[in-house]
Unconditional design. Structure first.
Length: 737
């Protein structure tokens, strides 16, 4: 009897245990389906994804790279540590942490979704840049995009970080993206001839030599091919058409640039003195030369694309880079190895995960001021080129050194909040004579333990061989400009000009000298009853204003097409606000053809096509996404791009309106070669469809030659394209001196 009772009790206990276990598993399954908070997302992604990285070690299965011709790349005069990086990163996290309503809300992918990603990567070791790019997209980029997308829904954080649209990572390989094809494609500043390799660069020596002579000319003095094709760009997309570059990314497979090479090679480097045409046979020398070549590659991309932020990613390590806003000839670096940086006893360890670092870096770059016109002037005046290809540098490293590198002295990054910076790096400056701002006790600064970071260790190796004043030149630039950047955030986010565009009828009135259009939001600034200036005078005054100040009254819209770059321009003396379509020397002929077409179709201006007030070649260097503008055409703002407006309900109406407009063009002997919706605007005040981008129209009947003084089209043909380029460059030099 007792045995029976005991058996029943055992069975009941087993049933209870099984029921509780089933309930626990059910709860766990349901929990894993629930969205994660931000910090839990960082924790789960670090453990399940970042630590799951597998690097292919079998040399027969890895890519080695084809033989290459060295490329003339702009190189930084100096590569220096970025000691302010931890404080700036932690400052971003402090802003996020202060908003508990955001960090504590379950907004992000669930454990189940993260496990799915982990399953996809577990059998895919990294053996090439392509496999690395795929790994980073799945384990870092997609999650950073999701977090920033969630930030948009928080009004305070959206304003804090200047998020106006979505942030996306665009790969170079994705040729379908308009951004890469148009605004960040490889567009050459002049001819595409490649400088010849010096005769001695094919020889191999037992002792390594940092070959590839630095070109003596300034960067604009040669036919250098522009380097605008970074592996990836992070882009801020506003209103689905404004593509604002945030930072560049360069991928290097971890078997090509190893952690020991990064740790040994990253230090304060004067390239002309320490690398170019220098010889050595130590692991540190080879590592320094390899690192210098890789940094030069992305530095050249950044300068040529007009961005100050970027990073090198190997999957195992990140090298974050910044070109200071007051000195484009140097680049600051900070090395992070997330799988070593994240320590269990560190309160802020999750901030140093791969996602945490890239997220904070992206937000930091997003709130920074864009490079100024003067910054571009200085870069193009002072930088020279280095004929280098990192694969050639890599091949010259003896295998014996790569297989048996010295022990790494990397020390994990570690910093805390609410501590003043006491190490000497906090007192460095970007330029001699620039005062260092004082820190309040509430700032998020680097702890003394940060002095043992990899960047600090690398810098200490160079102290014995470098002048201390040179060593400290560039570390405080970000701190110096922090308060001014905060003050300027509104102008950066909201644009340089808040004045609305003039109506198309208003600008057409300048041509016809009609009375002012009182529907124009700026009409009271234009005069009394009639427009007092004509198109030629308007264009002349706008050109003169640009020559005096390239920023005041001119706002780059970050809208780039096959031919032109759009600028919002306000003639400050009269309040007229219009569009400038600017272009480069290579595409100047296309813009000139468009100006001609506007003249031939002048009877349609203000009705079916925009009003063109004229064109001019700027007398001063004007830069746009790193490109030098050679010609500018002045147009009326003519409405909203229909590709962002058309939907199922209005599609029939807009199709009819487009057919009407195209029929009118055909009646004038013109067929538009690209009548997609992106080239159709809707002028809501006028209730009409306006056709734009007339550079590629086909004429059914060739029009008469353009008259020299053509109505409302004023053009300067007196200076040839090459003379125009030289004049622009000389004016750039004058600004820098």
């Amino acid at each position: 009897m007792d045995e029976t009772i005991e058996e029943l009790r055992r069975q009941l206990e087993e049933e209870r245990w099984a029921r509780e276990e089933a309930e626990r598993l059910q709860e766990e399954a349901e929990r894993r389906l629930q969205p994660n908070t931000l910090l839990r997302l960082l924790d789960r992604c670090h453990k399940s994804l970042s630590q799951a990285i597998r690097v292919e070690t079998d040399a027969t299965l890895t890519t080695q790279g084809d033989a290459t011709d060295p490329v003339n790349r702009l190189y930084p005069k100096r590569i220096v540590p970025w000691p302010d990086f931890p404080r700036l990163q932690q400052q971003v996290w402090s802003k996020l942490d202060r908003t508990a309503a955001f960090t504590s809300r379950p907004l992000f992918p669930s454990d189940t979704q993260i496990d799915y990603v982990a399953t996809n990567i577990q059998n895919n070791p990294i053996y090439s840049e392509t496999s690395l790019r795929n790994f980073e997209r799945d384990t870092v980029d997609n999650f950073v995009e999701k977090v920033i997308h969630a930030l948009r829904d928080d009004g305070a954080l959206r304003h804090e970080f200047g998020i106006q649209g979505r942030v996306a990572f665009y790969d170079r390989a994705n040729s379908s993206e308009t951004l890469l094809e148009n605004s960040l494609g490889q567009m050459n500043l002049r001819d595409t001839r490649t400088p010849q390799r010096p005769a001695n660069t094919r020889s191999r020596r037992a002792r390594g030599r940092a070959r590839g002579a630095a070109q003596g000319q300034k960067m604009e003095g040669t036919g250098r091919r522009r380097n605008r094709r970074a592996d990836q760009f992070c882009v801020h997309i506003v209103a689905n058409e404004r593509h604002i570059p945030v930072h560049a990314v360069e991928f290097k497979a971890p078997h090509k640039v190893t952690i020991p090479e990064l740790v040994a090679g990253l230090r304060q480097i004067d390239l002309a003195r320490d690398v170019i045409d220098q010889e050595g046979d130590t692991f540190e020398f080879y590592a320094t030369r390899l690192v210098a070549a890789v940094v030069t590659q992305i530095f050249s991309y950044m300068i040529d694309s007009g961005v100050r932020y970027g990073y090198i990613c190997t999957g195992e390590a990140f090298v974050f880079l910044q070109i200071p806003k007051n000195d484009p000839t140097i680049v600051q670096y900070y090395l992070c190895i997330p799988n070593q940086d994240v320590q269990a006893d560190d309160e802020f360890r999750l901030h140093r995960t791969a996602i945490g670092q890239v997220l904070a870096f992206t937000l930091q770059a997003l709130t920074a001021d864009a490079p100024s016109q003067e910054w571009n002037d200085a870069a193009h005046e002072n930088l020279t080129t280095w004929e280098v290809e990192y694969l050639d540098v890599l091949r010259e490293i003896p295998e014996t050194l790569r297989k048996d590198p010295p022990a790494s002295n990397y020390r994990p990054s570690h910093w805390k909040r609410d501590r003043k910076i006491h190490n000497t790096r906090s007192r460095t400056r970007c330029q001699p004579g620039v005062s260092t701002p004082k820190h309040s006790s509430t700032e998020d600064n680097v702890s003394e333990e940060e002095s043992h970071s990899p960047s600090a260790a690398a810098a200490s190796r160079s102290r014995s061989s470098r002048d201390r004043s040179n060593k400290t030149q560039s570390s405080r630039e970000s701190g110096k400009t922090r308060s001014s950047r905060d003050n300027k955030q509104t102008s950066r986010k909201d644009g340089h000009s808040t004045r609305p565009y003039c109506t198309i009828a208003c600008i057409h009135g300048i041509v016809s000298r009609r009375p002012l259009d009182k529907k124009c939001p700026n009409w009271e600034l234009h005069g009394r009853e009639r427009h007092s200036i004509g198109p030629r005078e308007f264009t002349r005054q706008l050109h003169r204003q640009l020559s005096r100040n390239r920023d005041h009254g001119f706002e780059q819209l970050h809208i780039c097409g096959r031919t032109g770059y759009l600028i919002k321009a306000t003639l400050l003396s009269r309040g007229y606000t219009v569009i400038i379509k600017a272009t480069t020397v290579e595409k100047q002929h296309r813009l000139e053809a468009e100006v001609d077409n506007y003249y031939y179709l002048r009877s349609l201006q203000g009705q079916h096509i925009p009003v063109c007030l004229g064109a001019f070649m700027p007398r001063i260097a004007y830069w746009y996404h790193g490109e030098l503008m050679a010609q500018m055409m002045v147009l009326s703002w003519s409405g909203t791009r229909l590709q962002h407006v058309i939907n199922e309900r209005n599609s029939s109406f807009f199709h009819q309106e487009r057919e009407k407009a195209l029929a009118v063009l055909r009646s004038r002997g013109v067929v538009h070669s690209d009548s997609e919706w992106r080239n159709m605007l809707w002028d809501d005040p006028g209730g009409r469809l306006v056709v734009v981008d007339l550079e590629d129209v086909k004429w059914l009947k060739r029009p008469r030659a353009l008259e020299p003084a053509s109505g409302n089209i004023w053009r300067a043909h007196s200076v040839g394209v090459e003379k125009s380029r030289q004049r622009l460059l000389s004016s750039s030099s004058a600004v820098c001196k």
